[in-house]
Design a protein around this ligand. Structure first.
Ligand code: ADP
Ligand code: ADP
Ligand code: MG
Length: 459
């Protein structure tokens, strides 16, 4: 097993990884930017090194500085978390060249899945259903037009290097195509430094269903059930649950098998997620593979009882998975709410600032993953995720009730956040029935905000 591991991340996921390392008796080494000197992961760690200015490009994306710290402190592995360098194949390769394990899949696998247009091709060859769309990348708008005519409108233009819901445009009619194609290209260039685009048919009112995968070096590939991530704002997840109410046991079995086949076809090792959209007729289609630990991994941990970050570390150290597929047992129901420092009334505008007062919920069946504390000054440079509230209970309805009371207990003075909005979602009859898709939030936003308002007036 490793002796020292560098955590190349910040925020709640850095704390999450720190905890897993300590429990394995591994010494964590953390890095931080000048804006993060007071951050929780820095305060927890005995070994903490500043790697540059606030801007991610100068610190958390600074490969040379990170590898220098890892080598100077004698680390034998690096955990990249999510975001930042986690899906950068050159970083994974560079870790190995520097004599350290990268806690994730190989650079080649990250490269293959990181180009979403190319990943579609691989999935087709593995017999995994993909959304009808372009065969690889689109060179120009003429080609886009031809593909759109072939598959029929509406279509979705997507960035090959995409992530975080960016570089995507829905096109409902031919006359919109050129403008939206150019918009997607410039957004992709600005966000990912890569303007390559591809096209998929726009699946109407789909659910986002994903499967957690774990694979070891011994060739074991298992799935750990599904997560329903259909509560989204601007193609970004806000609430996740497991298991999905939309899947029958038979459909879950088929999708799980497809996810395992997808991971096998990719030659996968470590933790990964296969994302699908599920249409209203019960057809599912691969959309992408995320080659890292996911923000919403705790819901899977709650229903499987498996510590996924611990598994990641063990697998990277060459140990086999600690469970076989037939030993995986999904019990009860788990829900996660992402508490973001964003103002839902102002188009989810980021709202960083000082946390004047903080009270976190607790009690039976509750877990909070966060790096917040009272007095913490939330920097404006990074992701707006402040905390993840995770609950589990024997049934979905009990989990919903537990999450409602957690959101009632949560107090954050300072940054504006989406806690009230989440609370109202958990009371919406369609949500409670499990009758929702990726369009839910946009469709009900006005109603939900009005309900939030009434609550404020009463208070
Ligand atoms: P999920 O939420 O399913 O784990 P996301 O695609 O929303 O996956 O991304 C997870 C995290 O990584 C988010 O914090 C997001 O802001 C960040 N992220 C995603 N893609 C990129 C990217 N290309 N560059 C930088 N950060 C990214
Ligand atoms: P990202 O890399 O940004 O996470 P994804 O390909 O995973 O991009 O898509 C993000 C979200 O966009 C999905 O969760 C889903 O809500 C929506 N989406 C993606 N592809 C389609 C599609 N073909 N039809 C309908 N919705 C889609
Ligand atoms: Mg995605």
């Amino acid at each position: 097993m490793f002796k020292r591991v560098l955590i190349a991340n910040r925020g709640e996921i850095a704390v999450r990884i720190f905890r897993a390392l300590r429990e394995l008796d591994i010494e964590p080494v953390v890095v931080y930017s000048q804006a993060d000197a007071e951050a929780l992961h820095v305060q927890l760690a005995e070994h903490a090194y500043c790697i540059g200015p606030a801007r991610s490009a100068d610190s958390y994306l600074n490969v040379e500085a990170i590898l220098t710290v890892a080598q100077a402190t004698g680390c034998d592995a690096i955990h990249p978390g999510y975001g930042f360098l986690s899906e950068n194949p050159d970083f994974a390769d560079a870790c190995l060249q520097a004599g350290m394990a990268f806690i994730g899949p190989s650079g080649d696998v990250i490269r293959a899945m990181g180009n979403k247009a190319a990943a579609r091709r691989l999935m087709i060859s593995a017999g995994v259903p993909v959304v009808p769309g372009s065969d690889g990348a689109l060179d120009n708008v003429q080609q886009a037009r031809a593909v759109a005519e072939g598959i029929g409108y509406p279509v979705l233009i997507k960035a090959s290097a995409g992530g975080g819901g960016r570089g995507m445009r829905r096109v409902f009619a031919p006359e919109q195509l050129e403008t939206l194609f150019e918009e997607a290209r410039s957004e992709a260039l600005a966000c990912f430094g890569n303007g390559e685009l591809y096209m998929e048919k726009l699946v109407l009112n789909p659910r986002h269903i994903e499967f957690q995968i774990m694979a070891d070096r011994q060739g074991n590939v298992i799935h750990l059930g599904d997560r329903d991530c259909s509560i989204q704002r601007r193609n970004q997840k806000m609430l996740e649950e497991s298991p999905s109410k939309a899947l029958s046991p038979q459909l879950r079995e088929r999708m799980g098998a497809a996810a395992v086949a997808a991971a096998r076809a990719a030659g996968y090792e470590n933790a990964g997620t296969i994302e699908f959209v599920l249409d209203q007729e019960g057809n599912f289609y691969f959309i992408e593979m995320n080659t890292r630990i996911q923000v919403e991994h705790p819901v899977t941990e709650m229903v499987t009882g498996l510590d996924l970050v611990r598994e990641q570390i063990r697998v990277a150290a060459g140990l086999p998975l600690s469970v076989r597929q037939e030993e995986v047992c999904l019990r009860g129901h788990a829900i996660e709410c992402r508490i973001n420092a964003e103002d839902p009334r102002r188009a989810f505008r980021p709202s960083p600032g000082t946390v004047e007062f903080l009270h976190l919920p607790g009690g039976y069946g509750v877990r909070v993953d966060t790096a917040l504390y009272t007095g913490y000054d939330l920097p404006p440079y990074y992701d707006s995720l402040m905390a993840k509230l995770i609950v589990c209970a024997p049934t979905r309805l009990e989990a919903i009730r537990r999450m409602r009371r957690c959101l009632e207990e949560l107090v954050i003075h300072g940054p504006v956040h989406n806690g009230d909005l989440l609370h109202q979602i958990l009371y919406h009859p369609d949500f409670v029935r499990g009758n929702y898709d990726t369009g839910f939030l946009a469709a009900h936003m006005d109603t939900l905000l009005a309900w939030c308002g009434e609550e404020e007036e009463q208070a």
